[in-house]
Design a binder for this molecule. Sequence first.
Ligand SMILES: *Cc1c(COP(=O)(O)O)cnc(C)c1O
Ligand SMILES: [Zn+2]
Length: 418
Amino acid sequence: MVLEMSQFVKSYECTLCHKTYHPSQNIMTCSNCGEQGILMIEYDYEKMKKVVNQAYFENNKDQSMWRYLPLMSIEGKFHERLLKIGFTPLYQANRFHQRIGLNKLFIKDESTNPSQSLKDRASAVAVLKALEMNQDTIACSSTGNAASSLACHAARMGLKTYIFVPKRAPLGKLTQLLIYGANVIQVDGDYRSAFKLSKDAINHYGWYNRNAAINPHLVEGKKTVALEIAEQLNFKPTDWVVVSVGDGCTIAGVYQGFYDLKMLGLIEKIPKLLGVQSEGCAPFVIAHQTKKPLIETNELTIADSIAVGIPRNPVKALRAVIESKGNWISVSDQDIIYTMAKLGKDEGIFAEPAASASFAGLEKAIRLNIIDKNESVTVIHTGNGLKDLDNAQKAIKQPIVMKADLALFNEYYQTKGE
Ligand SMILES: *Cc1c(COP(=O)(O)O)cnc(C)c1O
Ligand SMILES: [Zn+2]
């Protein structure tokens, strides 16, 4: 089967051996390097420039990620029938920046996507790509949001899904899957085991593969978050963009989005990217500190969405940070929980642990002088806190319990009320 070419795609290039492929070739990974040979999509920017310029954005009425379709590697047929994904709000912080000693902070609120996380951008591309290829079933393994977003958009478009989740998937995300009608296989083991079984089943049944790192088109979906941040800031993005990192596809996508805009002459420079991980699962941070190749780590963190001991996209993610002159940082689960409560109180934002991690990482980066207080920053708020109530419970005080008696309330209010 031959993929129809998106108009500005020049070629696919292997991130390891740099072999190039014609975009009409129906491949996921490099034939030389196997599964490690993740492909990059190369665009013809000179040609693209003629269509994608300042005027293109001024005249575009689409208020979703599909306003960036000419910058993507898919045709995008049927996208009008999807739920609304992208063009999420970019808020300037009202208070949280003062708490952490920063002058200017923007929050890109990805929790407002249909399944309440940034993963919707990639899953939507997977669903459209599967439709383009006349596939009726999509499968993936996921720690949660990749799966719940896939189940959401596949349901909307009438596709079947097989989802392989690790045992520890939080109840909120698991419930989302089942409500969206997915076939859910809870694998006895960690993310690695779930990934392996999904791979074997995909190979066996020939389903469409939504495993993000392997599928080069999904990063193209994720990059739209960077395109939006830039456009929402009038093509003058902040000095830094902070992203929490598991597999590394999000940070790679963010870099790719800014890179595209730079190549098109729409922004002057690419923001420095701060990649944030959990101390209990920080293979990228360790690789950066030791200047050695990535080694497998444990997955000991409450931030399930970034608990990835063997990241599937190491090359693109490491390069994103190096080429943007950014940095890596890790935060403790305690920092994540503490920050979750502060964000809720300061900004009315309820972040799941992996999203709270990026704000905690920003706080730490300021404390360690990695980020200067006069630099401007955007944090990507990647997922909604309601997805994981068990961990959110650790961040809160319990409510006051009393009988319906004003005298009792008065006593409470006068001694302990705010
Ligand atoms: C997936 C995810 C991330 C990290 O994305 P990767 O591509 O795995 O690095 C961060 N936050 C949330 C909420 C996520 O779901
Ligand atoms: Zn290769």
